[in-house]
Write a protein that binds this ligand. Structure first.
Ligand SMILES: Nc1ncnc2c1ncn2[C@@H]1O[C@H](COP(=O)(O)OP(=O)(O)OP(=O)(O)O)[C@@H](O)[C@H]1O
Ligand SMILES: [Mg+2]
Length: 266
């Protein structure tokens, strides 16, 4: 499989604290490779650095040191023009844990879908634009007439989350970073969304990084699992290897905290 994205010794240090300086190495010397078309789950306890890693890949947070290469281009050093950034936004897209943060409360939800259309060169006011938006909403199980024209506060968290997934569906990125994308959804919707991710991968060869606390889900959907602990990738491998035969002490601890899952599989 061809390499899509590579991080080399990626590190992010946060310095906070008012009276006393507190230094946190949120991501510590992480080197990973993502290949085209694979689904990779990134698991690890709260605060282990998963979102920070994703944000650096998305160019939302500048690394303290290290590099990220996407299709061979250095993401933080080689992208300069608006065209370069547009190329990157189109190819690397995210669905985040908290959908509220992705909407501006003063604008109708249509806006995020219009922006997606503009990114792929479709006029939002054209009949084609309308068709693409309606189709994308239907794909995630939303009724276009009941969704379009609403403000974020008029919809539920789960509905907003689905709109963001429909946005990803419109953009069809090469890399989709999904940070707890289904934790707000009910079980049946969740199944449907996971199916969508699978369709994206199968039809378009999209690489998906799935950040989750749900080890059962990670086991079920991934080709590969990365386990993060205190900013480092401590274990990686196939779901069978990582979940059924974990080597690292931390992975074993993580599995112990999922008693039913553990019972079922051991
Ligand atoms: N903007 C920030 N300023 C200071 N510290 C931060 C900032 N963002 C994250 N951190 C710290 O970096 C560490 C990693 O946080 P991160 O959000 O990446 O963890 P996570 O694995 O995504 O956790 P969760 O599973 O709860 O989402 C934590 O100790 C967190 O407190
Ligand atoms: Mg997080």
């Amino acid at each position: 499989m061809r390499i899509l994205l590579e991080t080399k010794s990626l590190t992010k240090v946060f310095e906070t604290g008012f009276f006393k300086r507190i230094v946190v190495k949120a991501v510590d010397d992480v080197s990973i490779i993502l290949s085209e078309g694979e689904i990779v789950s990134l698991v690890g306890q709260s605060g282990s650095g998963k979102t920070t890693l994703a944000k650096m890949i998305l160019r939302l947070l500048e690394p303290t040191s290290g590099d990220i290469f996407f299709q061979g281009r250095n993401v933080w050093k080689d992208l300069k023009t608006l065209e370069d950034f547009k190329w990157y936004w189109k190819n690397v897209h995210a669905v985040f844990q908290n959908p509220y943060a992705s909407f501006n409360p003063f604008y109708k939800i249509d806006r995020v879908l219009h922006q997606a259309l503009m990114l792929i060169g479709i006029d939002p006011d054209s009949p084609e634009g309308d068709r693409v938006i309606r189709e994308a909403l239907e794909v995630v199980g939303l009724r276009p007439d009941e969704t379009l024209g609403k403000y974020p506060h008029q919809l539920s968290g789960g509905q907003l989350q689905r709109i963001l997934i429909s946005r990803a569906w419109i953009i069809k990125p090469k890399l989709l970073l999904a940070d707890e994308p289904v934790s707000m959804l009910d079980v049946s919707t969740r199944g449907k969304i996971l199916e969508l991710f699978d369709i994206l991968r199968k039809n378009l060869g999209t690489t998906i990084v799935f950040i989750t606390h749900d080890l059962g889900l990670a086991y079920a959907i991934s080709d590969r699992i990365l386990v993060m602990y205190k900013g480092k990738i401590v274990e990686e491998g196939s779901p069978d290897k990582v979940i059924l035969n974990p080597e690292h002490e931390y992975t074993k601890e993580l599995l112990k905290s999922v008693p039913t899952l553990y019972k079922k599989w051991s």
